[in-house]
Design a protein around this ligand. Structure first.
Ligand SMILES: [Mg+2]
Length: 304
């Protein structure tokens, strides 16, 4: 573990440093709280051992600085103190330190405190990872890995607000796999799922930075294209249509099949007052694409 060691007394600092190095830790030294704070701002440390009484900035003040800084990961802080009356210890912990050690302490005690601090940091890391996994699960569709309906709706809502404030265009493409039920019926659900995953992959293939694609439901997908005029969105939709029609899916027996999609496009330049109206317009256009023969793109401005 890389430890920031803050201690104004040189001899004492070297002694602690030696113990930490011997236990296999990496040590960065600071001669007082101020020097430590400057180091910390340049490079946050996960572990800090700091003396209490120091010129310029004392231990508890350094702890407060670190705690009020906007860092991503937690810093475990051990406060070293020569004062062993309980009131001081309490105020040290209240400043935000995790643990304290009263001087003089023995080597084993120091190493044991560092080890327990590292265990806590590891637990903290596991919790963060678990939370990220939960968030990932809450926002993504399990089958395709795309944003799920709730997540893509939230993104679309935010983009709709932002683009309408700036009076910029926002396009929506809704698409549906043609005759998907017959894929499931003919080849089984396993290949149905496989088909949806391949379609999802292809859809994410050439998105720009702010474009998003989500699974809207069953075999329906949605693309949110900020800063995109209707004509450009139609081109994107047409490119996706032809790529999916060209995509070869293989069955277990080596035989190949392909699927086609119908797409509906709408853009905010059609003066849609809400995201719902915009999506409804894309939905109606998609419905027209289905009605007029499938494997095609219709837009909210074509054929009313
Ligand atoms: Mg001191």
């Amino acid at each position: 573990m890389k430890i920031l060691l803050v201690e104004d007394e040189h001899i004492s600092r070297q002694m602690v440093k030696k113990i930490l190095l011997k236990a296999g830790h990496e040590v960065v030294e600071a001669e007082d709280g101020q020097a430590a704070w400057e180091l910390f701002q340049r490079e946050p440390f996960q572990f800090v051992i700091t003396d209490w009484m120091m010129p310029r900035l004392d231990g508890p003040s350094l702890v407060q600085h670190i705690r009020s800084s906007d860092q991503k990961s937690y810093t475990y802080i051990v406060l070293l103190t020569a004062m062993d009356d309980k009131d001081n210890v309490v105020s040290g912990l209240e400043s935000g330190a995790d643990e304290y050690l009263t001087k003089p302490f023995n080597n084993k005690e120091l190493i044991a405190r560092v080890a327990s601090g590292i265990r806590i940091l590891n637990l903290e890391e596991q919790l963060i990872q678990a939370r990220q996994q939960m968030e990932q699960l809450a926002l993504h569709d399990g089958l395709t890995g795309l944003l799920n309906r709730r997540a893509i709706e939230e993104y679309a809502e935010a983009e709709f607000d932002q683009t309408s404030r700036k009076k910029r265009p926002l396009s929506v493409v809704l698409l549906d796999v043609d005759h998907f039920k017959s894929v499931n019926d003919k080849y089984g659900h396993k290949f149905g799922d496989h088909t949806l995953r391949r379609v999802a992959q292809l859809l994410t293939g050439d998105l720009r930075k702010y474009d998003r694609v989500g699974r809207w439901g069953g075999e329906e997908f949605i693309l949110i294209l900020p800063e995109t005029q209707l004509q450009d969105a139609i081109m994107v939709a047409e490119r996706l249509r032809s790529r999916i029609a060209d995509m070869k899916l293989s069955l277990e027996n080596g035989k190949q099949f392909s699927v086609q999609i119908s797409l509906g496009v709408a853009c905010t330049t059609g003066e849609f007052p809400s995201l719902q109206k915009l999506i409804d317009a894309a939905d109606q256009a998609m419905y027209r694409a289905k009605q007029t023969g499938r494997n095609r793109v219709c837009s909210s401005e074509s054929a009313h």
